[in-house]
Every structure is written in C-alpha cells, then in structure tokens.
Design a protein around this ligand. Structure first.
Ligand code: DAH
Length: 343
C-alpha cells in the first residue's frame, strides 16, 4: 500500500502540462470526489494499526503535492495568457489613453485656414524677426509717417538709418510684402502668425498675439469681391451673415474699412461684448494701395487686390467665451483641458 502511495507521489511530481484540460483532468483524477485520494483515504481502515501513522502521513503528503501541482500549473497557465496580450480576454475594457488637446489658438487658426482653403487661398508664412522694409516701409509707412505711431514696436536693432533696423514684426502684413516679392499674380494667400507689440498686458491686450493676414491680387479685383469674401467668411466662421463696413484708415490700403458683424443681443454676454450695440468689430481690410503693389514690383495699372487682417485671440475669445486674453499663454491645464473634445 505504502509503495503504491510513493509511486503516485512520483507521478504527481513528474506531471507537467501546459493544457488547461489536462491539468483539470489531473485534478479530477487525484483530488476529485471519486478520485484516487478519496479511494486511498477510504482504505485507511484496512491498514494494519502499526502502519497507519506512516500511511496517513504519506497520504497527506500526496494530497498536498497534488494540490500544489494543480495550483502551480494553473498559475503558469494564467501568466502565459497574460503574456500573449491580444490573445487574452478580448472582452476586457481597453487601457484608458490620456488624450491631449489642441490649444484654442491653434483650433481657431486651423478653422480660419480651412474656411479660406475652400475658396482657393494657400497658406504662407514669414519670419517673426523682420526688417524695417517688410514691416513698415514697403507697406507705405515712410520714415516719418505718423501711422508708425499706431504700433509700438520692439526693436532688436535701431539705427539712424531706418533701413538697417530689425524688429519683431508688429503685424502679419509683412508677409504680404514677402509673398508679393516672390510670387506673380494671381495671388490668393493667407498668412497666420505671431506678432509683437510693446503694449501693457491686461485682460484685453497682450504684447504677443496672433493674426491672420489675407491677400488677393488679380486683374479687375473690386471692393465688391472683398465684401463677398468677408460675407462668406463670417457666415462659415460664425454662422452670421450680417456685416457692415465702416470707413477707416490703414496706410497700406485705400480705401480702408473696419468690419463689424452683427452678433445679436440675445444674452447678457452679447450686451457686454458689443457694448449694447449688437455689433462687433472683427478685422481691418481694404484695397491694396497701388504704392504697395509698386513697392513689390507688381504693375498697379494691370493688377489690383484686397487685403485684410484679423486677430486670432479676439475671435477665439468670442467663440469660446474666454474672458481674459492672458489665459491663452498661462498653460494652465484646467483651461487647456476644456478644449479636449474640439478637433
Ligand atoms: N495690419 C493691421 C493691424 O495689425 C490689420 C490689417 C488692416 C491688415 C487692414 C490688412 C488690412 O491687410 O487691409 O492692425
């Protein structure tokens, strides 16, 4: 009897399998309710009294060995399943992936680009560190033109001879000049980018912000073309199609205008942001001054065109009801996270 138990112990410790079914069959064979151990324990009463102690011990050892074997083989099976990854439990929920979000300035910039792409405008860019020619002089702002006072500039190098000045561009209109110098009409381009002005920082203005400049040059371009383009833009961007053009002055356009859209007076915020008028200014525009065309070697007797410029922050503040421009540059995740769902 004792020999039989010892033989079984040998079998148990030698048993190996990587199959769930085989391990289960092994468990039933040894530990099941009609298994070998059950039968052997039932034989206990037939064993001679002096052998019972040894027999009992041997049976307990066999039982323990069988239990341990089953437990360790099952554990190995489970680990193997985890390692195979996709072949594991396919119904298990996926690991959550931490999603980032686009910055609201990028969201609005991309939206503007998208609207103008659809009517044939390409995207162009220029340097943030500019020279005097591209930022001022070519845009019809000669050295002592009073309009230069409109923009307080960060100069990098300032000399007696303005032609040698370098500065941080004060508007993306500088890209117009670069584009016209390097491309022949017809021209349809928009230029998004960062601009810099020596201004006090407050809830409404900052020394760094973003603009999108637009430029359209061809034969027979009229103010009516400009107005239609602006109508299309405001409709696509804001879903609003009532605009008005107020006469204004920019040195690089003649005539010039400021564009207001009718925002409405439905909510208290509408009252606040439109100062109770319902109208909201969103950009400057005009017909490109012939002097600017000539400065860029474009024949102003053949070609004409329009230009416009708008601030991205201002539009983002309107669209997302952002009360303070400084929020754009603080990188507070509590602010940025709110744009996760926007593409
Ligand atoms: N450069 C102007 C600014 O920074 C915006 C602007 C106004 C651009 C009229 C234009 C324009 O192209 O035609 O305030």
């Amino acid at each position: 009897m004792l020999d039989k138990v010892k033989e079984l112990l040998g079998e148990v410790s030698a048993f190996q399998s990587a199959s769930k079914e085989e391990v289960e069959a092994f468990r039933i064979k040894y530990l099941g309710s009609k298994g070998l151990l059950k039968n052997l324990f039932a034989e206990f009463k037939n064993v001679d009294a002096e052998l019972r102690k040894d027999f009992g011990q041997a049976l307990n050892n066999l039982k323990k060995a069988a239990e341990q074997k089953v437990a360790s083989l099952n554990e190995a099976l489970e680990n193997a399943q985890e390692e195979t990854g996709v072949y594991g439990d396919l119904t298990r929920p996926a690991e959550p992936i931490q999603l980032g979000s686009r910055h609201p300035i990028s969201l609005v910039k991309n939206q503007i680009i998208d609207v103008f792409n659809r009517i044939g405008f390409t995207v162009s860019e220029g340097p943030e560190v500019e020279d005097d020619w591209h930022n001022f002089t070519a845009l019809n702002l000669p050295e002592y033109h009073p309009a230069r006072d409109m923009q307080d500039t960060f100069f990098i190098e300032k000399s007696q001879d303005v032609a040698k000045d370098t500065l941080l561009r004060t508007h993306t209109s500088s890209v117009q000049v670069r584009y016209m110098e390097n491309n022949k009409p017809p021209i349809r381009t928009i230029s998004p980018g960062r601009v810099f002005r020596n201004e006090d920082i407050s809830a409404r203005s900052h020394c760094i912000f973003h603009q999108v400049e637009g430029l359209y040059i061809d034969t027979d371009v009229s103010f009516a073309d400009l107005k239609q383009t602006l109508l299309y833009f405001t409709k696509e961007m804001f879903g609003k199609s009532k605009i008005r053009l107020r006469p204004s002055y920019f040195p690089f356009t003649e005539p010039s205008a400021e564009v207001d859209i009718y925002w409405g007076l439905e909510t208290e915020t509408d009252y606040r942001i439109t100062k109770g008028t319902g109208w909201l200014e969103i950009m400057g525009c005009g017909m490109v001054d012939p002097n600017v065309l000539e400065n860029c070697n474009i024949d102003s007797s053949t070609y004409s065109g329009y230009a416009f410029g708008m601030g991205i922050e201002r539009i983002a503040m309107l669209l997302y009801q952002i009360p303070d421009i400084r929020m754009f540059y603080e990188n507070d995740v509590r602010f940025l996270e709110q744009f996760k769902s926007v593409l």
